[in-house]
Design a protein around this ligand. Structure first.
Ligand code: C2E
Ligand code: MG
Ligand code: MG
Length: 601
């Protein structure tokens, strides 16, 4: 190789002092350049590995540098990433790629440019028109330019939104939950005065529990979803519904008053009644609704919802599918009820219950055939509380199970002291047939008292057939298998009473006292009373006429062919001791007389 390089005077000639300086300078320049290049590389390595998109602009609004993430987030072509691209070009490309914010493009561009001019710091979460959610900062720097960071937080944001949704909604129906409902009611209170009034509706399904218990939870869930959809279809554009838990729902009715709330409740009740198809099983339910109107029925969410609940309770007391609006009088009843419930819980333990016995007259032999045990609650302050006041509460709370078991043991033990031909009738509520330990208790009480099974009569009412009738019928069959008799009480007061006679072979029908009372006044009562006696005779069932108060009534039912009669005319319910005196004679009626004594007598 010719030594061309060496001929270069710059390189080969003896270095002049000036040339040496230059060489030094050029070396340090290239050193600096390669350092700079290395720095630049490092800077880009850092930028490209940041989780954020970064863009840096000079004071003229020209891009100094940016990283790939920045281009990716806004779907910008690579050539726009070059130094010198104007901020306006970038904004325009974003508009073209739909990665800008808002409807008005000019507004958006003007807004961003004015932030730049005014050296304002910007920041926040923006939802781009593309749907992406970007966390952005815009920070002016000393030389008049600015640096922006951009992070795509769409996934995080959606996750958060989902979590928030989960925290405030019921997973089964998708409806808002109690927490969100309370918040909405709170907001509605704040809006009072600005918009028109509002009301809350508390809803509770009738008959849900029975369906859930018998058909299973999947069917129960399906029923709740179908109900929620029907309720939703009744709502106006300002109304919103919530699931408060179990089979309880609530509606916030905005922009209306008590009257429109009642109309809404009526339409929900009607929509609820149509049959539901649960995977082939057709069932029907009803809904009870309580209404409280802001602000007359409550000035804060708690109070308003509480009062709507009280109204709901009153609606449910009045029967299936009822609607009640709150009134202050209900509050007093509510307080009374809570107190009653608390007292009832202690009544058994404190020995506050006793049984009275009403004689039943056999109309063929004109002798007493037995007694019906009627529960009495001697309350320490209230005095005697009638069963109609506390039995519904005992049924709702489930307390009827231990109380009813006590009645059975007590009634059979008492009957064991009477002459052997006298029967004992015990009222049993439908709740006891479905849950509780009725059969076990009865078997034990029969054994403990030693009385003949055929002396025991269980009185049930038609309500047994309203809920969970399959399970109830099953229990009735088991009772029958024990050899005890079954009577259908208060006959004629329920729905489709005749149908129940086909459902189970009762030993006795007790026609309700209202028909007997109607004998004096209502036309047609006589025909009904006679027809029931006839039905009983044809089905080989005994018939008892309840509530006989006058000799005419007694004559009437006797003529109609009833086999038994019961009522104040014959005897009011009597205390245990009075019955003992009646059936045993005075000296045998001493308390706790041993069985042998009676047997000997
Ligand atoms: P029920 O089983 O139909 O009992 C008859 C009710 O009519 C009794 O009311 C009785 O005192 C009343 N009565 C009897 N004769 C006459 C009359 O001539 N005129 C009028 N107006 N009423 C008469 P009571 O004792 O207040 O019981 C009411 C209901 O409470 C009973 O109706 C029964 O359904 C229920 N009950 C009573 N004791 C028990 C019990 O131990 N368990 C359950 N589950 N329910 C009970
Ligand atoms: Mg009865
Ligand atoms: Mg009755």
């Amino acid at each position: 190789m010719p030594k061309t390089g060496k001929t270069n005077p710059e390189a080969t000639a003896a270095p002049e002092p000036h040339g040496a300086e230059l060489l030094k300078l050029s070396r340090s320049l290239s050193l600096a350049r390669s350092k700079l290049h290395a720095q630049d590389l490092r800077l880009h390595a850092i930028l490209d590995n940041l989780a954020h998109g970064v863009s840096l602009y000079d004071r003229q609004g020209r891009l100094v540098l940016c990283n790939q993430q920045f281009l990716d987030i806004y779907r910008l072509p690579p050539e726009l990433g070059r130094r010198g691209t104007t901020f306006r070009q970038i904004l325009e490309a974003r508009v073209a790629g739909n990665t800008h914010v808002g409807d008005d493009v000019e507004d958006y561009v003007a807004d961003r440019l004015s932030a730049v001019r005014e050296h304002r710091t910007l920041g926040g979460i923006h939802r781009l028109n593309s749907g992406q959610v970007i966390s952005m900062t815009h920070q002016p720097i000393d030389d008049g330019g600015w640096i922006s960071t951009h992070k795509d937080v769409t996934e995080l944001h959606n996750m958060q939104a989902e979590l928030t949704h989960l925290a405030y909604h019921d997973a089964l129906t998708g409806l808002p939950n109690r927490t969100l409902f309370y918040r909405r009611v709170g907001n509605a209170f704040q809006d009072i005065g600005r918009t028109s009034g509002f009301a809350v509706l508390c809803l509770d399904l009738d008959g849900f529990k029975a369906i859930n218990d018998t058909l299973g939870h999947a069917a129960g869930d399906a029923l709740l979803r179908q109900f929620a959809a029907r309720m939703g279809a009744c709502l106006g554009p300002l109304d919103s519904a919530a699931r408060m838990g179990g089979d309880e729902f609530a509606v916030l009715h905005r922009g209306g008053d008590g009257e429109t709330a009642h109309a809404l409740a009526t339409s929900i009740c009607a929509a609820t009644l149509a049959p539901y198809d649960l995977d082939g099983q057709v069932v029907s339910i009803a809904v009870g609704i309580g209404i409280a109107v802001a602000a007359s029925d409550g000035s804060e969410p708690d109070e308003l919802l509480h009062n709507a609940d009280i109204a709901l309770y009153a609606a449910k007391r009045e029967g299936r599918g009822g609607i009640r609006s709150f009134e202050p009088e209900l509050n007093r009843i509510g307080v009374d009820r809570r107190r009653l419930e608390a007292d009832l819980r202690r009544a058994l333990e404190f020995g506050e219950f006793e049984l009275h016995f009403q004689p039943i007259l056999n109309l063929r032999t004109h002798a007493f055939s037995g007694f019906e045990a009627l529960l009495r609650w001697q309350h320490p302050e209230r005095g005697l509380v009638p069963p109609s006041d506390f039995i519904p509460v005992a049924e709702e709370t489930g307390l009827i199970v231990p109380i009813g078991n006590w009645v059975i043991r007590e009634a059979l033990a008492e009957a064991a002291r009477w002459p052997g031909e006298l029967k004992i009738a015990v009222n049993v509520s439908s709740v006891q047939l479905v849950r509780g330990s009725l059969i076990t208790t009865l078997v034990q009480a029969l054994a403990a008292s030693g009385i003949g099974h055929e002396r025991v009569e269980i009185e049930i009412t038609e309500s047994v057939f309203l809920e969970n009738s399959e399970q109830s019928l099953d229990t009735l069959r088991q009772l029958r298998a024990l050899g005890v008799r079954i009577a259908l009480d208060d006959f004629g007061t329920g729905f489709s009473a005749l149908g129940y006679l086909l459902a189970f072979p009762f030993d006795k029908i007790k026609i309700d006292g209202t028909f007997i009372r109607a004998l004096d006044s209502a036309e047609g009562a006589e025909t009904i009373v006679a027809a029931v006696a006839d039905i009983g005779a044809r089905l080989m069932m005994a018939t008892t006429a309840e509530g006989i108060e006058t000799p005419e009534q007694l004559r009437g039912v006797h003529a109609a062919g009833y086999t038994e009669a019961q009522g104040y005319l014959i005897s009011r319910p009597m205390s245990r001791d009075a019955v003992r005196r009646l059936v045993l004679g005075a000296e045998d009626a001493m308390p706790e007389a041993p069985l042998e004594q009676r047997a000997a007598g």
